[in-house]
Design a binder for this molecule. Structure first.
Ligand code: NAP
Ligand code: GCO
Length: 262
């Protein structure tokens, strides 16, 4: 059981982040969750955790806004203590063919999915150096390795996040700070709901079939809970000599060329 350790999960009110929040609570961390638009979801997660006997601190902040982030860390430090584990989970996606995508849309995805983790890591590293330890976990993606139609901004951000992970590991490993990534496969969350929507005739979404029948050896979408164990591992002393790695939790997607035609 972890004692006296503080974890922050950005975007922790729903989806993958919420699953990681619950598991970190169960493991004894004092947890802060960050939200931007989903205040109700954040508050209901906090009351669920309270009903389980855990105290979770909800903090509103746009991770792409430096001033917001500074205030967020100051509030967490005052209420819980300085952050020992930062999970950069917050992220958005915009699925638009690149030649139709505005520069503003492209920039907003980069801002949240890449600049946000930079801003949050930059804010937390000085106190981790002072304490002589720290864990930073960046939630990467299959799109840290692959491209696909309509996700140019997202793939650019997640590819950059993979390299930011490696660079933080390189620059701050000397201070006993480990920075690693988790690369989820296709996970059933609000972010991927459009890819799983039933068709008008009640049939599976073609992308849903593509993922379960052709690309994923496990033959299923991941659950957010599938990411909780890997997050606990990378938050704990069990991973103190793991640094700059992306742990892909993808049901085998990256290992698999795809189902052969019959
Ligand atoms: P989700 O359900 O849409 O959750 C995304 C979270 O990010 C929300 O809690 C949202 O909070 C937060 N967020 C968005 N913009 C923010 C901002 N500017 N400041 C602070 N928080 C912000 O998505 P998810 O599927 O759980 O994804 C979580 C992470 O995993 C993302 O980084 C995503 O790219 C990555 N990922 C997802 C999958 C997948 O298949 N689902 C696979 C690989 C990687 P608010 O609603 O409060 O804004
Ligand atoms: C998409 C999906 C993916 C997942 C995830 C895969 O439109 O292709 O949203 O990008 O979010 O990143 O690992």
């Amino acid at each position: 059981m972890i004692q006296n350790k503080v974890a922050l999960v950005t975007g922790g009110a729903k989806g993958i982040g919420a699953a990681i929040v619950k598991r970190l609570c169960e493991d004894g961390y004092a947890v802060a969750i960050n939200y931007n638009k989903s205040e109700q979801r954040a508050l209901s997660l906090c009351s669920f955790c309270a009903s389980e006997g855990f105290t979770v601190l909800p903090v509103k902040c746009d991770v792409a806004a430096s001033r917001d982030v500074e205030k967020m860390f100051a509030e967490i430090e005052e209420r819980l203590g300085s952050v020992d584990v930062l999970v950069n989970n917050a992220g958005i996606i915009k699925r638009i063919p690149m030649h139709e995508m505005s520069a503003e849309d492209f920039r907003r995805v980069i801002d949240i999915d890449l600049n946000g983790p930079f801003i949050c890591a930059k804010a937390v590293i000085p106190s981790m150096i002072k304490k002589g330890h720290g864990k930073i976990i960046n939630i990467c993606s299959m799109m840290s390795e692959f491209g696909r139609e309509t996700v140019s901004a997202y793939a650019s951000a997640k590819g950059g996040l993979k390299m930011l992970t490696r660079n933080i590991a390189s620059e701050y490993g000397q201070y006993n700070i480990q920075c690693n990534g988790i690369g989820p496969g296709y996970i059933a969350t609000p972010q991927t709901a459009p890819l799983r929507e039933k068709q008008a005739d009640g049939s599976k979404h073609p992308f849903d079939s593509f993922i379960t029948d052709s690309k994923t050896p496990a033959g299923r979408w991941g659950d957010p809970e599938d990411l909780a164990g890997p997050a606990v591992f990378l938050s704990s002393s069990a991973s103190d000599f793991v640094n700059g790695q992306i742990l892909y939790v993808d049901g085998g997607i990256l290992a698999y060329i795809g189902k052969q035609p019959k």
